[in-house]
Design a protein around this ligand. Structure first.
Ligand SMILES: *Cc1c(COP(=O)(O)O)cnc(C)c1O
Length: 417
């Protein structure tokens, strides 16, 4: 199908907000990217259409030969998806965003767009489990070399660069141990070696951190998490320069990794409250972390908001929202007289009454999971050890309930060990 839809952005009538007027981030979150139809609707509509009609045969031909830009097919472009892309790009301070069917769809798109056989992908050792699976099982199969480094060790990153390294990939904060990568330092290593730095910004979101401003080339999102924030739909996105997004867009529309218009609409509305929700998530998380840190049955809390965390100062410098370290944390439960570490962790999980036992995260509802037997179960024991996933580790995604209730729910299991 036509190549010209790649330039649709240039024709977009951003009716609701003139971005050249230098609006604040919260104004952008509420209003950017809206495309009003002639109906005069106030809220963003959902365009549930797979295809589009032309005025004539000549008009149709012009859409294909590059003479005219416009929608052709929703695998390529859709106005609801475009609204979400425009709003997210503005929030991340990127030139353009490309939406995908899921977060993994965005990571797969990144690989297919920027890597080929013989290239090397250098990744942080702490990543979302499926990202590791994608790299190890599928990119390796395509002849792409993959290796991992300690995400917190800048020298290790620099030393691991090879002549064929094309992408450096990290999450910050990371999953499941909420480690912080020094994005500015990594971007310097990447720039010096002509490597793309790709940052999965799922845990921080642009409400806390804008990696492109810190020197990253591409931002990845699982919109499934905080961008929706209420656990309803799957989606993902890439954000970056026009040139890099052009390559990603070509992969998405050819490979069919496109976002559904309904999901795009949910995410668009989610962005409006993102900062307010993230402030509340982070406020709760700080209280929960303090409780866990003081509990005798907890050996370690992985959360950069704690003042003795090695990346505390870095998180403060890198996150532009004050006192905000994200709301996802890992904590390690000690073995008790009659339970080993895994049994003790399961005891804590099984004694909750309110918190949801689910592997999803970034939800208004607090969620709890045991990574070693769920999200990271498919990894080899060596890969699990490399990712720091121990048997006593619990991952908690702190939601928007009352902090006291979240703490009480965790205390029930911890106090009875
Ligand atoms: C969930 C998640 C993904 C994958 O996103 P999906 O929408 O589930 O495909 C990628 N990275 C991180 C950090 C995640 O938490």
């Amino acid at each position: 199908m036509s190549q010209n839809t790649a330039n649709l952005d240039a024709n977009w009538r951003d009716d609701a907000l003139d971005l050249s007027l230098d609006y604040g981030m919260q104004t952008i979150a509420v209003r950017a990217g809206q495309h009003r139809t002639d109906e005069g609707e106030h809220a963003e509509p959902i365009f549930t259409t797979s295809s589009y009609v032309y005025e004539s045969a000549a008009d149709a031909a012009a859409h294909f030969d590059g003479g005219k830009t416009g929608n052709v097919y929703s695998r390529h472009t859709n106005p609801s998806v475009r609204t979400f892309e425009r709003r997210l790009a503005a929030l991340e301070n990127g030139e353009r965003a490309v939406a995908t069917a899921s977060g993994m769809g965005a990571i797969l798109t990144m690989c297919l767009a920027y890597l080929k056989a013989g290239d090397h992908l250098l990744a942080a050792n702490q990543l979302f489990g499926s990202s590791i699976g994608l790299f190890n099982n599928y990119m390796a199969k395509l002849g792409i070399e993959v290796s991992y480094v300690d995400c917190f060790d800048n020298d290790a990153w620099a030393n691991a660069v090879q002549p064929n390294t094309k992408v450096m990939y990290c999450e910050s904060p990371s999953n499941p141990l909420a480690q912080i990568c020094d994005i500015k330092a990594l971007s310097k290593i990447a720039r010096d070696n002509e490597i793309l730095l790709v940052v999965d910004n799922c845990f921080a979101t642009p409400a806390l951190q804008r990696p492109l401003e810190l020197g990253a080339d591409v931002v990845i999102h699982s919109a499934t998490k905080y961008l929706d924030g209420q656990g309803r739909v799957l989606g993902g996105a890439l954000v970056g320069s026009d040139a890099l997004m052009q390559e990603a867009f070509a992969v998405v529309r050819t490979g069919g990794i496109s976002m559904s218009p309904f999901n795009a609409w949910v995410f668009t509305k989610g962005l409006e409250t993102l900062k307010l929700r993230m402030q509340a998530h982070c406020h709760n998380a700080n209280q929960v972390a303090a409780f866990l840190d003081a509990h005798p049955q907890v050996s370690k809390v992985h959360f950069s908001g704690l003042t003795d965390h090695p990346a505390h100062a870095l998180a403060q410098a890198q996150h532009h929202l004050k006192d905000s370290y994200g709301a996802i944390m890992g904590f390690e439960v000690k073995a008790s007289a009659d339970k080993d570490e895994k049994a003790a962790a399961w005891h804590v999980i099984d004694n909750t009454r309110m918190i949801s036992i689910t592997n999803n995260l970034g939800d208004a509802k607090t969620t709890i999971t045991h990574p070693a037997t769920t999200t990271h179960f498919r990894l080899t024991p060596e890969a699990r050890a490399e990712a720091g996933v121990k048997d006593g580790l619990i991952r908690l995604s702190v939601g928007l309930e009352d902090a006291d209730d979240i703490i009480k729910d965790l205390a029930r299991g911890l106090d009875s060990l």
